[in-house]
Design a protein around this ligand. Structure first.
Ligand SMILES: [Zn+2]
Length: 328
């Protein structure tokens, strides 16, 4: 048996490179595809069929203010430990559709088709991935919103600010609705991001004629789908348990953003957590429960297909992605 050392591997690579001009064609017969495959993935939770769809991913320059309570050097180190570029942050976005047998339920909408142009196709991919998955926008019976940030609500509208899911009932957390649609709260909002969020929510929900169904935590939204209060990221931030028979899935929404940072370091606050200390307490409580119950978690901002188990790791947690299954 040949012993593989760094030297023999490198020597082998050199031989291939040296030989390539003679024997390996430099151009493939077919042109490169130049674009990614559609992003959807299916699995079952008991009798429910879940389709995860990517709305895209966006990378941006990491700044000092991204994590508000850790030095940027530590954040860079955490990214490097996950084999990610240490100077950039990547946000992933993954709404899901639950087929309960009786209804097609979309949870969160992504940034909407309008974002496709603004981001050169990086975001706003949900409609095209729904089409690739064979799900028509008109077939969606209900859209359940976890919280009122743009990456979760903007896709309620299409490019011409019309209802993207014309036949769907839109269900929103009552606490979230009360806060964001309150004129007094809006008048007290800090300039910049918070004020923009208030304006954006009025833009979206006014276009819907404010026709929504407000829901309360712990009351079933559909058979087996229960909304759970996981506040901190926003005032009415909501997660869900989907159960069928013995099978259970925790749909965490934004309890963490990218787990490489915020599951490993649950005490770090992202600048978009409305109440940092509350978000940290919620994160620890949810993740301790996920570990104890060995429960599957679907994470809106986890790398696609955003499905994992979690375990304790050091003073934080580590996610173990579920392997791709070619059958469901
Ligand atoms: Zn989000």
């Amino acid at each position: 048996m040949t012993e593989l050392t760094r030297r023999t591997i490198l020597a082998g690579t050199a031989a291939v490179v040296a030989g390539s001009s003679g024997s390996i064609p430099t151009q493939a017969a077919a042109p490169p595809a130049g674009k990614q495959a559609p992003g959807f993935y299916r699995y079952k939770v008991g009798s429910h069929e879940v389709t995860v769809l990517t709305d895209g991913a966006r990378s941006f320059q990491l700044t000092e203010s991204y994590v508000t309570n850790a030095p940027i050097a530590e954040v860079r180190k955490a990214l490097a430990e996950a084999y990610l570029p240490p100077d950039k942050m990547i946000h992933h976005y993954a709404p899901i559709v639950i087929n309960s047998g009786a209804k097609l339920i979309l949870i969160d909408t992504g940034s909407g088709p309008g974002a496709l142009k603004q981001t050169n196709g990086e975001l706003g991919q949900l409609p095209q991935n729904l089409a690739a998955a064979g799900i028509k926008l008109t077939d969606i019976d209900a859209v359940v919103i976890s919280h009122f940030h743009g990456d979760h609500v903007n896709g309620l509208l299409d490019e011409s600010n019309k209802l993207a899911f014309p036949n769907a009932e839109v269900l929103v957390p009552a606490t979230e609705w009360k806060f964001w649609m309150d004129d007094g709260e809006m008048s007290r909002a800090s300039k910049g991001r918070m004020e923009d969020l208030f304006k954006n929510n009025r833009r979206i929900f006014d276009a819907l004629g404010r026709k929504v169904t407000q829901y309360e935590w712990n009351k079933e939204l559909a058979p087996g789908l229960v909304p759970i209060a996981t506040v901190g990221h926003s005032i009415g931030h909501t997660s869900y348990v989907l159960a069928s028979g013995a099978a259970k899935l925790y749909i965490q929404s934004d309890v963490t953003n990218n787990p490489d940072l915020f599951a490993r370091h649950p005490d770090w606050s992202a600048n978009f957590d409305q109440d940092g200390p509350q978000a940290i307490a919620t994160r620890r409580k949810v993740y301790d429960m996920l570990v104890a119950e060995k429960m599957l978690v679907q994470g809106f901002h986890y790398p696609f297909p955003s499905l994992a188990h979690v375990e304790k790791s050091g003073s934080g947690y580590r996610e173990i992605p579920v392997p791709w299954s070619p059958t469901i």
